[in-house]
Design a protein around this ligand. Structure first.
Ligand code: B12
Length: 267
């Protein structure tokens, strides 16, 4: 393992860079339930923030921004130095397990493997009304310069929108003969995204265990604060996190549901 050193290059041990290379300076923001009204309250609030910064190992530290958030809360930005080192050799990255395909390749895979359109049912479940993410994946206009799944000739998309109850999602997926169910969860307060996703996967498992029920569809969950490594724990097949593009999702669907093709891939 190489040692920490100043300057550019492939060092394995690195420190944060604030004002100068390797100075260990970082910036953190947080909110405390303390008022920021009178000068005395402001001094106490900043003192509270400094105490937290010291306990977090920021030394020296400085409150560079403090702002009252309503009568009882204060938002802070603290700038300070940490002594911790980052060992890049210990960083674990989940590699994408499927190749990225063009839309033509995805269509060809589906056509030659399934011989019919691949059916995708999408929804934002629970009380979550944040539809921009799932729409970015499903709607033809897409995201990040990539067309959404509706654009794919061999994919039929049923977008149920927001605040869909899990029993309704299960029923609709069954009625549509869904090959894959795509669920979005953006609100994460009290881990609602995890609870809701687990409830959803359990409901699909239960439906699939009924006599003569069709196989459980592929379950795909997405949202900005999901950890993609949690799929097994949540009981789904795949999790996509922040910054996902429609092409990645289409490629995964082809990989998972139309894995082999006897015919050569389209250009
Ligand atoms: C727009 C927005 C809204 C809009 C939503 C409009 C709509 N039709 O979607 C409105 C104003 C309605 C709204 C309401 C609320 N919001 Co809001 N909202 C946002 C905001 C600003 C942007 C979200 C967004 O559209 N991002 C853009 C999309 C493209 O990104 P994305 O969602 O991450 O999706 C990408 C990936 O995650 C992934 N993905 C997402 N889903 C899926 C699904 C699948 C299957 C796959 C494969 C991939 C995938 O692919 C997408 C493309 O890359 C965020 C803050 C932020 N900057 O993120 C807050 C935010 C999400 N909202 C928040 C909150 C608290 C609320 C409210 C509770 C506020 C309130 N008190 O009323 C309500 C809740 C309403 C409800 N019932 O859900 C909080 C959530 C905090 C938390 N920890 O949960 C946030 C983070 C703001 C904050 N910092 O406080 N909100």
């Amino acid at each position: 393992m190489s040692e920490y050193r100043e300057g550019p290059g492939p060092a394995q041990i690195v420190r944060p860079y604030g004002d100068t290379t390797g100075d260990g300076r970082i910036q953190v923001s947080f909110t405390l339930p303390v008022p920021f009204g009178t000068p005395t309250q402001q001094a106490r609030a900043e003192g509270a923030a400094m105490q937290l910064a010291a306990k977090m190992g920021l030394e020296p530290a400085m409150v560079v921004h403090a702002k009252g958030m309503g009568p009882d809360y204060t938002f802070f930005i603290v700038y300070g130095r940490v002594s911790h080192l980052v060992d890049l050799s210990q960083v674990q990255v989940t590699e994408r397990e499927f190749p990225l395909l063009s839309s033509a390749e995805v269509n060809l895979r589906i056509r030659s493997h399934l011989g019919r359109k691949l059916i995708v049912v999408g929804a934002c479940i629970g009380t979550d009304a944040h539809t921009v993410g799932i729409d970015a994946i499903l709607n033809v206009k897409g995201h990040s310069g990539e067309k959404g799944l509706e654009y794919y000739r061999e994919i039929r998309v049923v977008n149920l929108g927001s605040q869909v109850a899990v029993p309704d999602l299960v029923a609709r997926a069954g009625a549509e003969g869904a090959d894959a169910v795509l669920v979005s969860q953006v609100v994460t307060q009290r881990d609602a995204h995890i609870t809701n996703a687990k409830e959803m996967s359990a409901a699909f498992d239960a439906a699939a265990s009924e006599p003569e029920a069709p196989a459980r569809p592929l379950l795909v969950v997405g949202g900005p604060r999901f950890d993609p490594a949690m799929a097994a724990e949540i009981g789904v097949d795949k999790i996509f996190g922040k910054g996902t593009t429609p092409g990645e999702v289409a490629s995964y669907l082809a990989y998972a549901l139309a894995p082999d093709s006897e015919t050569p891939e389209a250009a």
